[in-house]
Structure formats: structure tokens, C-alpha cells
Design a binder for this molecule. Structure first.
Ligand SMILES: *Cc1c(COP(=O)(O)O)cnc(C)c1O
Length: 357
């Protein structure tokens, strides 16, 4: 079998040779002393791209979102967040566990939006019965879906009208920006302009091995710096990693369009196969629903053909720097072969198991 086609996530990419060379060449210092020039330069650069006063390099998106919530909210405060948002569902409940910040999760529609009326109804009056509602947290892209800018306008305006701060989990905001068309750097700036803070990941579609950044006002970032240290995120010669992020910003932003095209190629190749339906195919993520509880069987079949994906009922395929059209075509052929085989054996009990992210 030829090489594995790993579509589990856009986090699986290997740093390119050029990226490794950029890392090797990076000037380094001790960033806890604030004197790593590569980290300093990256922070200034991503702050400028996002149009914020300051930025802080983080070990992960989870750390970045957590530091944001800790910087925005205090003990007994509350943040409003989507029921299926990463910050609420997939980050171990960190804001509650480590920050004594109460989440107020709200239902999201099929494209990840909370209803504005639900957001407004969830904002609690200033009364000792209630937690203090402080922050609205949105995510863009969500499951690959770019949020319409009109929705971002309305949701952040509603939050602001009630005195709430706003944070964007923009792990894949560069995908949203590329999907918007035009200059992606200008689009990122426009998308995040409405938010007090934004977290961006370098380690997803941008292809860096490690790293995220939290961007916001100088004051917010100073508070986040204290939390980052407390969380063990004060790194030393981290310019090595910042250099990879620099390289990603130089070379891997426009090419996200290639990932989006490959996701469309996959969706088109899978369309119309009986037993399988495309739930969504936006930016670099394709979700398919598999009938009759055959999702786990299909995953196992794909793995035998050297194709990796995630999920149970709904399968998730993510395109990235390390997959090409040939890999996508192999994936399509493997899925077709599975359904052509036709044995509808249904593993007992699988159909009711929850999706995993
Ligand atoms: C991956 C991801 C994160 C967290 O990033 P890690 O670096 O894995 O901690 C946060 N939000 C979203 C939407 C993500 O996809």
C-alpha cells in the first residue's frame, strides 16, 4: 500500500523542509524574560494582522481560549457559548474547572449559529441570584462553516449592547478568510474587528507543528500573560516554534484555497453513494452521515486501505497541506468499494453512540 491518507484532522501535517529550515535559522532568546526576538516579532505581526493592540504566543488553541476566558471573566462570572462549540465541549471544561467561570451553553443550528433571541434571553440581570454574564464566545469556522459576517455583526452587537465582552475562537479563522475571497489578511482583519479578542491556531490548516496566538487589547493580553504563566505556558526558546508560525503566515495562507478545493472534490466524489449522505462540505471539512450504523465499519474499511478519518455515525474528513488530489481520489474509491460490497451487517449498539469530534 502506498502512503497513508490521513484525513483525521488538519493538525496531522508535518512541518515542511522549508519550515524546518526557517526554524533552524530563527534567532532565539528566553521568552519568559521577554527577549526571544522571533516570538516578539510573531506577536507583533499577528497583532497587526488581526488589528489588535497586542498578542501572546500560546502552546495550543485550548490554552489560548482558556487564557482569554480567564482574562475576560472572574470567579462567579459566566460566558455564553454554543453547546457544540470547541471551548465548551472539547476543552475539558477548563473555564469552569480552573476559572470558576460558569458556562451558559446554548443550542446551535446546523451551521453553528446560536439564535440572537436565545443569546439575549440568556444574559442575566444584575441580581445576586445569578452569575454575572460577562462574555460571548463565538467560533469561526465552526465545523468548517464560515460564519456570515452579518451574523457576527448582530451577535456581537447584541452582546455589546448588554455590556458583554466578545471572544472569537478563530482556530480556523484563516480558512474563513480565504473562503470570503479577496485578500485573506484583509478578510481576517475584517472578521475579527468586531471582537474584543481572538484566538488563532498556527497548528491547524496553516501547518505549523505547535502554537496559537491570543490577540486583544494590551490590557487583556497583560492579564492573559499572567494566566499563561500560571498554566505552565511560559516557554523559553519558543522562537523555534514562532519561526514555524512566521513561515506559515508567509507561505501557507493563500494555499488554504487548495484544501477547500480538495474538500469539494471529496464531497463531489462521495455524492450520490447510497447509504451515505453529505451533511456538510465547507472550507476544509467534510461531514458525511452513514446509514444503518455502518460508520465504524466504514472507518475500519478505510483504515485497511490506508485512509484515516474520524467519527462514528457521522464521519469527518479534513483536508490539509499533506493531502493531494490522488489521496482524495483513493478515499473516494475506497468508500465506493465499501458500499459496492453491499453487506449491510450492522454492529449491535453502534448506531446510538455519540459522535466524536
Ligand atoms: C483545534 C481547535 C481548538 C484548540 O486547539 P488545540 O491546539 O488543539 O488545543 C480550539 N477551537 C477550535 C475550533 C479548534 O478546532
Amino acid at each position: 500500500m502506498s502512503t497513508t491518507v490521513d484525513l483525521r484532522s488538519d493538525t496531522v501535517t508535518q512541518p515542511t523542509r522549508a519550515m524546518r529550515e526557517a526554524m533552524m535559522a530563527a534567532p532565539l532568546g528566553d521568552d519568559v524574560f521577554g527577549d526571544d526576538p522571533s516570538v516578539q516579532a510573531l506577536q507583533e505581526r499577528i497583532a497587526a494582522i488581526t488589528g489588535k493592540e497586542a498578542a501572546l504566543f500560546m502552546a495550543s488553541g485550548t490554552q489560548s481560549n482558556l487564557c482569554a476566558m480567564l482574562a475576560h471573566c472572574g470567579r462567579g462570572d459566566e460566558y455564553i457559548v454554543g453547546q457544540n462549540a470547541h471551548t465548551y465541549r472539547y476543552e475539558g471544561g477548563g473555564a469552569a474547572v480552573l476559572g470558576s467561570i460558569q458556562p451558559q451553553p446554548l443550542a446551535q443550528n446546523a451551521v453553528g449559529q446560536m439564535q440572537l433571541a436565545d443569546i439575549e434571553a440568556a444574559i442575566k440581570p444584575d441580581d445576586p441570584h445569578f452569575a454575572r454574564t460577562r462574555l460571548l464566545c463565538l467560533e469561526n469556522t465552526w465545523n468548517g462553516h464560515p460564519m456570515p459576517e452579518s451574523y457576527l455583526d448582530q451577535a456581537t452587537a447584541a452582546a455589546r449592547a448588554h455590556g458583554l465582552a466578545t471572544h472569537l475562537d478563530g482556530a480556523r479563522v484563516f480558512n474563513a478568510a480565504v473562503a470570503a475571497g479577496g485578500d485573506p489578511y484583509a478578510a481576517v482583519r475584517r472578521i475579527v474587528d468586531r471582537f474584543d479578542s481572538v484566538s488563532v491556531c498556527f497548528s491547524k490548516g496553516l501547518g505549523a507543528p505547535v502554537g496559537s496566538a491570543l490577540c486583544g487589547s494590551r490590557e487583556l493580553v497583560d492579564r492573559a500573560l499572567r494566566w499563561r504563566k500560571m498554566l505552565g505556558g511560559g516557554m523559553r526558546q519558543s522562537g523555534l516554534l514562532a519561526a514555524a508560525a512566521h513561515h506559515a503566515l508567509d507561505h501557507h495562507v493563500h494555499r488554504l484555497a487548495d484544501d477547500h478545493a480538495l474538500a469539494q472534490r471529496l464531497a463531489q466524489g462521495l455524492a450520490g453513494i447510497p447509504g451515505l449522505s453529505i451533511r456538510s462540505a465547507q472550507t476544509n471539512i467534510v461531514f458525511v452521515d452513514v446509514a444503518d450504523g455502518r460508520g465504524p465499519d466504514l472507518l475500519a474499511h478505510l483504515a485497511q486501505d490506508g485512509v484515516l478519518a474520524t467519527g462514528l455515525i457521522g464521519l469527518r474528513f479534513v483536508t490539509h497541506l499533506d493531502v493531494d488530489a490522488q489521496g482524495i481520489d483513493r478515499t473516494i474509491a475506497s468508500v465506493r468499494a465499501f458500499f459496492a460490497r453491499g453487506d449491510a451487517a450492522q454492529p449491535a449498539g453502534q448506531a446510538s453512540r455519540p459522535d466524536v469530534y
